[in-house]
Design a protein around this ligand. Sequence first.
Ligand code: ZN
Length: 203
Amino acid sequence: MKIICIGRNYAEHAKELNNPIPDEPVIFIKPDSAIIQKDNPFYYPDFSKDIHHEVEIIVKISRVGKNISKQFAHKYYQEIGIGIDFTARDIQTKCKTKGLPWELAKGFDGSAPIGRFINKNTFTDLKDINFHLDINNTTVQSGNTGMMLNSIDDIIAFASSYFTLKKGDLIFTGTPKGVGPVKIGDVLKAYIEDQQLLKVEVK
Ligand code: ZN
């Protein structure tokens, strides 16, 4: 399986990193070795001194599809979850300056903790889902899917014109503002509405 991620999908987050609002989705991919499941810990890697949290709504693809039109995109997912797109910001900044790809900054082992998934029918409106991230019980990021520049269906339509989507693939839909560093000992908890779906300790 693969993890498709979208960058700069919330205007306020693009602004906080001094990035322009993109005119088409910024896409990158993480390998499956990036995944952490079942509330297992994240081990701080020794190649970075500035790992940032980015809490994001995740969509799990439920059937194979290619060139999916926006109109039919909703037929390709049943479950929504929450995860963290851990980013080695120091490495990413270096890559950006040199115009190099982001994989080392985004795709390393453990860079994609994912929580439990819930059926999308639980929500009355997928464009009005509140989510937030707490670190050591203080809220550091909160967002609403209505603030996405590209909706879930937009992302599926765009990404599937380049990549065949397969059952089990995950889509990270971008982070709202409030990203920042984590340190060893931090306990991160991610929530959709009031439901805690993910916990990860930094070790
Ligand atoms: Zn992200």
